[in-house]
Design a protein around this ligand. Sequence first.
Ligand SMILES: [Zn+2]
Length: 1098
Amino acid sequence: MERAALLRSISSSTTVFYSTRRLFHRRVSLSSIPSRHGLQNPNLRKPKPTLFVRHHLRPVSTFSIPSPLPFNGRSFSSLSPHAVATSQSDSASDIAKQDDVVAEKYGFEKVSEQFIEECKSRAVLYRHKKTGCEVMSVSNNDENKVFGICFRTPPSDSTGIPHILEHSVLCGSRKYPLKEPFVELLKGSLHTFLNAFTYPDRTCYPVASTNTQDFYNLVDVYLDAVFFPRCVEDFWTFQQEGWHYEVDDPKGEISYKGVVLNEMKGVYSQPDSLLGRTSQQAPEERAKVYSSVNRYWKALFPDNIYGVDSGGDPKEIPKLTFEEFKEFHRRFYHPSNARIWFYGDDDPNERLRLVSEYLNKFEASSARNESKIKPQKLFQQPVKVKEKYPASDGDDLKKKHMVCVNWLLSDNPLDLETELALGFLDHLLLGTPASPLRKTLLESGLGEAIVGGGMEDELLQPQFSIGLKGVSKDDIDKVEDLVMTTLKKLAEEGFDSNAIEASMNTIEFSLRENNTGSFPRGLSLMLRSMGKWIYDLDPFEPLRWEKPLMKLKARIAEEGSKAVFSPLIEKYILNNPHRVTVEMEPDPEKAARDEAAEKETLEKVKASMTEEDLAELARATQELRLKQETPDPPEALRCVPSLSLDDIPKKPIHVPTEIGTVNGVTVLQHDLFTNDVVYTEVVFDMSFLKQELLPLIPLFCQSLLEMGTKDMDFVQLNQLIGRKTGGISVYPFTSSVRGHEDPCARLIVRGKAMAERVEDLYDLMNVVLQEVQFTDQQRFKQFVSQSKARMENRLRGSGHGISAARMHAKLHTAGWIGEQMGGVSYLEFLRALEKKVDQDWDGISTSLEEIRKSLLSRKHCLVNLTADGKNMMNSEKHISRFLDSLPDREFSQRNIWNARLSSENEAMVVPTQVNYVGKAANIYEGGYKLKGSAYVISRYIGNTWLWDRVRVSGGAYGGFCEFDSHSGVFTFLSYRDPNLLKTLDVYDGTGDFLRGLEMDNDTLTKAIIGTIGDVDAYQLPDAKGYSSLLRYLLGVTEEEREMRRQEILSTSLEDFKEFANAVDVVKDRGVVVVVASPDDVDASNKMRPNFFQVKKVL
Ligand SMILES: [Zn+2]
């Protein structure tokens, strides 16, 4: 499950979160973030809810049929949900009176009620009289209903109690006595969101669904889980999710196992997240301090709970006892310490009834007082901290330092107005490539890429952090100086008025569009509200942004932007002594040292045990494993509520699509209510490109947006895009097309704007495509180093993605193209290119121009448009003009690339404590013919066989499989895995697992419903239009969608057994690619000689 770390934007693993709680997000994310990371099961292709994902290869899930949604043809008709009650009329006050009666009946009193215009919702805050539990009930007509319960869970050390508890409470409860009800819900519900998060000071359990019955089922399972979990009675959950000793043979080695332990080892193997942790909580014994006060500091937070790691330091986790764990639950998982959120179009009275059943069982406790978070007092003077991170021994270690400057901005929480102004300032400083602080740092040549997340306002006290990685040892001090002088200069000179206007438009657009991507809107609002509510502040305030924004706008207009922002920079940053500068030094021995230290500890443990102890431990290890691998009895499984197949709509979700032409070019139109926003994509065919130009495509895309034209430098171009539109992005898309040799390889230009700005939008797209000049060698060089840094980060943090890309490159052409633009091949290309920029810039510049020539043609393009009818009509003349301006070239020679990587097994060696293990094959080549049941089965394999063996008993954070129905490639993957060959054995056993499967009707129905939940994944209108475009490109027809749906709905146990043969193709001729630690790869090659070709990539 996801941990919302303190400096979550630094740690690449928690972006999903970061971009949602904030009032608005930046157009360009700061840290190099893998767009997909996960929740329980890191899904390879989950889109993230930023405005636009840039350079996103294959943005649609190839696992689920790209489809979506509403049930029974009911269409979700609004961007902003409408309220049930729209005014304070007589009828509204009647409703209010009735509400009071109901509230009284269930033991609540109404604290406050407000109508929130910004989200067209009626929000009522209740207090449960007996326990003091607060419930926020938000009503509107959004069908994507959200529930969440949050507890304040302040940790007192870094043993990771809150995090382990977060995992554990979902492992069975009083009413649902299963091993993991959570997994049963994953398998068989229509949830649009299901997860749990640990913050540094709180733990949240949110669920969402569009189906009301399903929604209440989810709520009930979650409430029972948090209040009555079995993990406080059963020691084995603590062992499984937290930590335990493992001994197979009393004479053999003893080791640590545990899901959270392994998850956190993965986190601590990533330099970026280590940097974030060091900024808040440098472990005392290792922090070297250069402050004039000669004492040790815990970085930003020496005196309060943010100085420890709620997620757990792998070194500290084994110190946690079961007693402490139970006591933590007893103290903090209590209604008196809980805040509950409901949102959506369901009956608000039913909410209170449901919750009261749980709350009434408790008496009041003092938890709410005990869990109060004390603020950190501001320092009198700045501090420096130095820490090491695990690196491999390369020759350029000198240039691998990281420097980050952090500030704690205030002693206390800020008011919304100041927070909004600081958020605005953050966007001005860092929000786009043209923002001055970001630009200055990158152009300085002092480092490769930005680190630090800028403004962070999710905790009690706001912070600001910024720095660089890939810094030379000699330049370390220069980074801090540059940050300070740049900020000083900006405080003195102010910001360009175009920059102010661009930021203002971007922020307003983002707030009004309220596009949370695949994240439910109600959840985004909950997290926003919780950011204040959890500290006993006003939960309504963060939802009402309109007034403070208008006030800020008016102040800027009257006083000028300098008068508004300069004092903020001075007060909160420049003159603020609570500054911590963190330097991270690469250490090639650190990984081995950590490993050795752990071994030593374990040997000591073993030495202290008698023979009987060890025999007992081996027996306990066996027992735990047996328990983990024994399925729940059917009667236990049945107690998890589920829908029946009758509740499932028989037809796929319809997206209106009209195919027409404008100036001879095909235009797809989707008439959907988009609240006056127009979304458009222009798609160009890449198959006329020369093969050797493919790896340049991502940099070509970046150059289009960030290099500037003859008349405008890139700053002006960026500001213009920011002022006139909601954003433009350019990226490649590749996929196999079922039944065709040739892959689909396209370049997509995506943009959005308010309806009255559509002309500007197409004009700017035209400028980007045709007028940008590829002449800025220095900027291009920066792009190359940033991309390189990003790829290196992905290798450590998302090794499963790298492994998957590599396997696909060995199996089909589209996979090969994808890997050229985003895999290890791409990293190798970038490393060579970095040198080439200096030696042969003219050559590169010519190649970029050649790419443009081979792409831009009216004859080989396609336009996609999502808007409501009236705006669609108005857009047509602008589309026509845009198309007219494109060259009329006819390309003749399509390139048949037909390239693959050689098919041997490969091990990519990186300095890490955890592995990513992949195996894949094309099952179509083994004779399998696609049926809808494949989606049900592969999903089932992931949620049962792989979950149980790779995660639960294997101790990996995740194990999953993916079936790409376009190419036919079936892929197994693991995530943060302590094993290697053992995991491959599990994969190979899948066929036998299916053959031996016994399954009752309930289980099968759940598997089918869960699959429909994926297929019908909730989408906002722009995503619907986009999915429809991709289906068009991949030749997926409406008839086929209906047929697949029927096949899904009629899946039988026979289908599972038949599929065993298809999966055996992976066992028998699959290719293996792992991203792993050198020790584990060595050991594997010893056990199976020459199994892996070894490739050192970091
Ligand atoms: Zn976790």
